[in-house]
Design a protein around this ligand. Structure first.
Ligand code: FAD
Length: 512
């Protein structure tokens, strides 16, 4: 937290009063922990150098997110639960009484659950409100994630008087980035990928957010560490289920469609490698469906699930999101540590009540709290939201996903322990730019055939996938992605128990 933020010593009430008095006071983007209720990054104390059970060495550092426990997020991203449609998301974005607009990744019909979808929705909401606003209107934006900051930036640049009200003590919401020397730089605790929305790319470039191409090369292992050839049997079963579901007027869950299409029961007869089509279906669900949606197939819409989103080539953010968040927030009036508990929409304007008991009067408001938060009574609306908005909030799902970062002495999981599979760094325009470590030859040359995603078949994995994201061979780094109920379960554990469960999940990848 830098001196501009409330952690610089300004008590919350004074900070808010100063902001509302017209001072442009901002929070620092992301950086250190503070009293934030967010996915508190947690570090284990320096682990013992002795190897842990199963041949996995003790990590040098451990960081994780716990998004499902964050009261101001309540999960990682929205997903299409049974009955969801793009129209439902559009209806959630409809202006209410010409004064209130909801925005964020959850309202994006084109790119829900993504960074670029959230950004575009923030800009869209700002334009909608600007069309409705009168000159001199004061506009509140609830939430300083990317949607809220994009909305506030757009309105401020158009000359409106804007105040951003953020519950946490840092900016960026689900793009939270922390600096940690043990990992050699920024550690992203939310979206580690820069989804490729055309609108976002130039903005990433202007802000100087560095990315690397990430072309997934997946290695699948059995619990005893044997590397096996992937089989399409699981995805074939899901395709059969989705074809069946597409012909139905009523949506059903993926599980239901698997059963009713006849794709399940699926053979449990092991092949020569000891694996059955049932094992491969479980692999497709736990390492594909669940990390993509954050939900179990019992909840995911069979009609809406898009298998093309699973492990497709993308870009990974290597510099963290801080530069983008700082750029969007520059000069904005932002009240931090301020939880909006009630929004009252009347003929004359909008009243906001905060958890401090303070009230604000504005003319318009944009609400960017997640679908997960809107499902709770964290914010009450008076009058209640229109029925179509309530329906959208109730039908859309909020998925769970967490990241776990582990730094090791040796890249024990790599076939060639000296190299990193990451390609050269790519700037936001897509050109490549070797990082400093590579320029002096410290990062080994990479090939397209190096595995950089590791998954398990033959058992249900606690960690859906391990990504090899080490940029420096001297500090090999694994990024684990947890999803659905596994993410929720591990998020409930204390650090010691969580780390034990996570290291146990790595055992197949430590086998020779
Ligand atoms: C683990 C993980 C992996 C992801 N992977 C990807 C990926 O691969 N690709 C991709 O494109 N996207 C990914 N995402 C999703 C992406 O990060 C989000 O879609 C995007 O950041 C959401 O931005 P937002 O502004 O809509 O919401 P948020 O970032 O949630 O911002 C909302 C803000 O509102 C604040 N708030 C909530 N309630 C209140 C209140 N009552 N009063 C005041 N403030 C409040 C919150 O504190 C928060 O700061 C991932 C997210 C996570 C967590």
């Amino acid at each position: 937290m830098d001196a501009r933020g409330p952690a610089g010593g300004m008590p919350r009430r004074a900070f808010l009063a100063a902001t509302l008095g017209g001072l442009a006071v901002t929070l620092a983007a992301c950086t250190d922990g503070g009293p934030t209720p967010t996915p508190t990054p947690t570090r284990t104390p320096a682990p013992s150098p002795s190897p842990s059970a199963g041949g996995v060495p003790a990590p040098e550092a451990f960081l994780r997110s716990r998004w499902s426990r964050d009261p101001f997020t309540r999960g990682a991203f929205s997903f299409d639960a049974v009955g969801s449609t793009p129209e439902l998301r559009t209806s959630l974005a409809d202006p209410i009484a010409d004064r209130l607009v909801i925005a964020g990744e959850g309202t994006s019909a084109d790119a829900p659950g993504t960074v670029h979808g959230a950004y575009a929705e923030g800009v869209r909401a700002a334009r909608t409100i600007a069309d409705l606003a009168d000159e001199g209107d004061r506009i509140a934006v609830i939430g300083a994630g990317i949607a809220g900051l994009a909305a506030a930036r757009t309105l401020a640049d158009a000359g409106y008087d804007v105040v951003v009200v953020e519950a946490g003590t840092t900016l960026g919401g689900r793009l939270r980035t922390v600096e940690d020397d043990a990992f050699g730089g920024p550690v992203v605790l939310g979206s580690v990928f820069a989804s490729d929305g055309a609108e976002l790319r130039p903005i990433l470039a202007q802000a100087g957010v560095a990315t690397r191409p990430f072309a997934p090369v997946i290695e699948v292992r059995t619990p005893d560490g044997t590397v096996v050839e992937s089989s399409a049997a699981g995805w074939d079963a899901i395709a059969t289920a989705q074809e069946w579901a597409a012909g139905n007027s009523a949506d059903v869950s993926l599980t239901n469609a698997l059963i009713r299409s006849g794709a399940v029961p699926i053979s449990g007869e092991p092949g020569a490698d000891g694996l059955s089509p049932r094992d491969w279906l479980r692999n497709a669900i736990s390492t594909g469906v669940e990390p993509t949606t954050g939900a179990a197939p019992t909840r995911v819409s069979a009609q809406r699930f898009d298998p093309d989103l699973v492990w497709r080539p993308t870009s990974r953010v290597v510099s963290g999101w801080t530069a983008l968040i700082d750029r969007l927030a520059d000069g904005l009036a932002i009240a931090g540590s301020s939880v909006v508990t009630n929004i009252t929409v009347g003929d004359e304007g909008v009243g906001l009540r905060l958890d401090t008991g303070e009230s604000l009067r504005m003319q318009r408001v944009i609400v960017t709290a997640s679908v997960g938060v809107l499902k709770t009574d964290t914010i009450t609306f008076d009058p209640p939201l229109p029925l179509l908005h309530q329906r959208a909030i109730s039908v859309l799902g909020m998925g769970a996903s967490d990241v776990v970062w582990l730094a090791f002495d040796e890249p024990f999981w790599r076939a060639d322990a000296a190299g990193s599979p990451d390609d050269a760094a790519e700037d936001a325009n897509g050109s490549t730019d070797e990082p400093a470590a590579a320029a002096d030859g410290e990062v080994a040359a990479t090939t397209d055939t190096d595995a950089n995603v590791f998954t398990l078949v033959g058992a249900t994995p606690t960690v859906a996938a391990w990504l090899d994201v080490g940029v420096d061979p001297r500090r090999p780094i694994l990024l684990g992605i947890l999803a659905a109920e596994h993410a929720r379960r591990i998020a409930e554990l204390d650090d010691a128990d969580a780390l034990a469960a996570i290291l146990a999940a790595l055992e197949p990848f430590a086998a020779p």
